[in-house]
Design a binder for this molecule. Structure first.
Ligand code: 1Q0
Length: 215
């Protein structure tokens, strides 16, 4: 049975999870990163079934990472930094074309990482929006500036169609469940810098290792 509390979602909790991602040495804990994504998916599921093709893919990728974490080599997957080092050193990553390692932690996390950039751009728009701002427009602008560049035409088409089904700003804020629009804005203002930091740390790590374009 699913407990009621599990269904109740608050934006604050999800954003707090991203807060706990970073260690004092700026390493990213995979467990918390994945938990953050779980929360986001829960939120997306509240928005309606048109988004289920998106949440299915996200859930699938989350599960791949959880399996690595719980697997016999789980100790190497504690942080994104240790994961990258381990998988590259042990040649567990397809670097140029898909082959033996379609479920490497590195390529799987890269997909979520790119989506995190979308989230950052979208939440930034939401934070600076006004009552008459259109969520579908904000969402597609954020998408076109980020994830879309990594997606085939058919996916872009499907995503674009789904965006038109997004609820309006007021509903969005209700579902977030943090209180008044002013409180939503405050929470966004507090946590966006943390999401940006997690994004940037990961981006730099991937750039240094030359793995930003993994197939
Ligand atoms: C609220 C609306 C959500 C819109 C999310 C935008 C993302 C659109 C992505 C559409 C494509 C999904 C279908 C699968 C694509 C895969 O081909 C692709 C590449 O993977 P692969 O294995 O084929 O190389 N996968 C991805 O790019 C990963 C996409 C993950 C998207 C996860 C989105 C999770 C969204 C959460 C909603 C949060 C709403 C934020 C509001 C504030 C709440 C804190």
């Amino acid at each position: 049975a699913v407990a009621l509390e599990d269904l109740k979602f608050t934006l604050q909790e999800v954003l707090d999870t991203f807060k706990s991602c970073l260690s004092e040495h700026k390493e990213v804990f995979l467990e918390h990163y994945v938990a953050g994504w779980r929360g986001l998916v829960k939120f997306m599921n509240c928005l309606g079934s048109v988004f289920s093709f998106i949440s299915k893919d996200a859930v699938n990728k989350i599960q791949i990472l959880v399996n690595h974490l719980n697997g016999e080599n789980g100790a190497h997957y504690v942080t994104i930094q240790s994961m990258v080092k381990y998988e590259l050193d042990s040649q567990l990553v397809d670097l140029t074309k898909r082959g033996s390692f379609p479920e490497s932690g590195c390529r799987t996390l890269l997909r979520l990482h790119r989506a995190l950039r979308w989230l950052e751009l979208f939440l930034e728009r939401l934070r600076t929006s006004t009552e008459d701002s259109n969520t579908s427009v904000m969402c597609s602008e954020a998408y076109n500036e980020s994830l879309a560049q990594h997606h085939a035409w058919i996916i872009r088409k499907a995503a674009g169609t789904a965006f038109w089904a997004l609820p309006g700003r007021a509903t969005f804020f209700d579902v977030m469940n943090v209180g008044s629009p002013e409180q939503v804005m405050a929470v966004l203002g507090d946590t966006l810098p943390l999401i940006s930091e997690v994004y940037q740390v990961t981006e730099d790590l991937y750039a240094q290792n030359n793995i930003l374009e993994l197939p």
